[in-house]
Design a protein around this ligand. Structure first.
Ligand code: PLP
Length: 407
């Protein structure tokens, strides 16, 4: 008899986005002439930078000729892209990362979801609340949690992030093995200082733990004092894995390219306490289960590191950051407490009331869609997330409408 993985039965249905869609459709049906502005979902709206498009075309042309055609490529990515990533994103900032520590993939979602396969099912996992749901759900699927009760799964160490701790996770006061961190954060937009990140690296050493550092929004960091990579922190090579993505950096959400950095020094332990090399395990996993990113897409991603690509991707991110600044300042003027939006595309607003009621108010009175915080965890209650991924025109109009609705 074929039996299912019963852990899947513990998963909560992804109620958030379907419930948002249902409420938006209901409002649109009742008000067919209203032009609804969507600042909910975290998808980019601007096209790919010209340098990426040109390199994409060249990559396709290469597939059309005998001399340049490519079949299966290296699963970890072509050397030209891995070398550009190591040099530009790490070595240039003083982080000691080699090209063969970079694994090119089709998404930080897949990588952050798949990486947990390398680790035992009875380890203790710590993650922030609110959280990017992939970290939690993939651990539920793997059987690392108990059942869901009162908004939380048994067996997980939730690191609550709220106004009291500046929306930053605090070091757990119990022993943990695998720690998820995300900076700049989704959904809160919070960032972490070098000292703050150093405390986590030191903690991971003390605990013999491993940090999974998701830096999918690294390109939004404009404050020069903030670390862009965990590998800028001394000692991180042994205790951390970092995830990056071209999705938000260069508009690749529909094109698909990302990468994961697993240093050769990165270690985990067997049940007897013997050290094992995580780089070798991830190499084995990646080469067994992943076929690599298509050649033209890797050409397009490598163009990000050319001078024109650098200028164009910076301008692209600046475009969204201008929206974020508008949202931040208008929401602050309305008297709300908020975080994010300065080095991140998300603004996390303390609504002072039930998150879904506030969501409904903005939808029905302003025609603006946001994301209610409880969809990201219990600590999201009383908060909404506004995303800066839209046009200046739509964001300006949305803020005018919100101001009017809340007056
Ligand atoms: N990590 C975080 C924190 C995200 O918010 C997202 C996408 O929204 C991802 C990873 C997914 O990135 P990718 O498009 O590379 O799969």
């Amino acid at each position: 008899m074929i039996r299912i993985n019963a852990n899947y039965l513990k998963l909560q249905s992804s109620y958030l986005f379907s419930e948002i869609a249902k409420r938006v459709a209901r409002h649109q049906e009742a008000n067919p002439t209203v032009d609804i502005i969507k600042l909910g979902i975290g998808d980019v709206t601007c096209p790919l930078p010209a340098a990426c498009i040109q390199a994409f075309h060249e990559g396709i042309d290469a597939m059309a000729a005998d001399a340049t055609f490519k079949g299966y490529g290296p699963e970890q990515g072509y050397p030209f892209l891995r070398e550009a990533i190591a040099a530009h994103d790490f070595q240039r900032r003083g982080a000691d990362i080699d090209p063969d520590e970079v694994f090119v993939s089709d998404g930080a979602k897949c990588d952050t979801g798949n990486i947990q396969e390398l680790f035992a099912t009875d380890i203790k996992v710590a993650l922030p609340d609110p959280v990017y749901p992939v970290y939690l759900d993939t651990n539920v699927m793997a059987g690392r949690t108990g059942v869901f009760k009162d908004g939380r799964y048994g067996g997980i160490v939730y690191m609550g992030c709220d106004a009291d701790n500046g929306y930053l996770p605090e070091l757990p006061d119990e022993s943990v093995d695998l720690i998820y961190l995300c900076f700049p954060n989704n959904p809160t937009g919070a960032t972490i200082s070098t000292e703050g990140l150093k405390a986590w690296v030191d903690f991971a050493h003390e605990q013999k733990a491993l940090i999974l550092f998701d830096a999918a929004y690294e390109a939004f960091i404009r404050d020069d004092t903030l670390p862009h990579s965990i590998f800028e922190i001394e000692g991180a090579r042994e205790v951390a894995i970092e995830f990056r993505s071209f999705s938000k950096t260069a508009g690749f959400t529909g094109t698909r390219c990302a990468y994961t950095v697993v240093p050769k020094a990165c270690r985990a332990f067997d049940v007897e306490g013997h050290r094992h090399d995580v780089h070798a395990l991830w190499t084995r996993r990646h080469t067994t289960k992943f076929n690599g990113v298509s050649y033209p897409v890797q050409c397009a991603a490598a163009a990000v590191y050319q001078p024109e690509g650098q200028a164009q991707t910076r301008a692209l991110v600046d475009y969204y950051l201008k929206n974020a600044a508008t949202i931040r300042s208008e929401v602050a003027k309305l008297g709300f407490q908020l975080v994010g939006g300065e080095n991140a595309p998300y603004i996390w607003i303390n609504t002072g009331e039930d998150a879904w009621s506030f969501f409904d108010l903005l939808l029905t009175q302003a025609g603006v869609v946001t994301t209610p915080g409880p969809g990201f965890g219990r600590c999201g209650e009383g908060h909404i997330r506004i995303s800066a991924f839209n046009s200046h025109e739509n964001v300006n109009q949305a803020m005018e409408r919100i101001k009017k609705a809340l007056k």
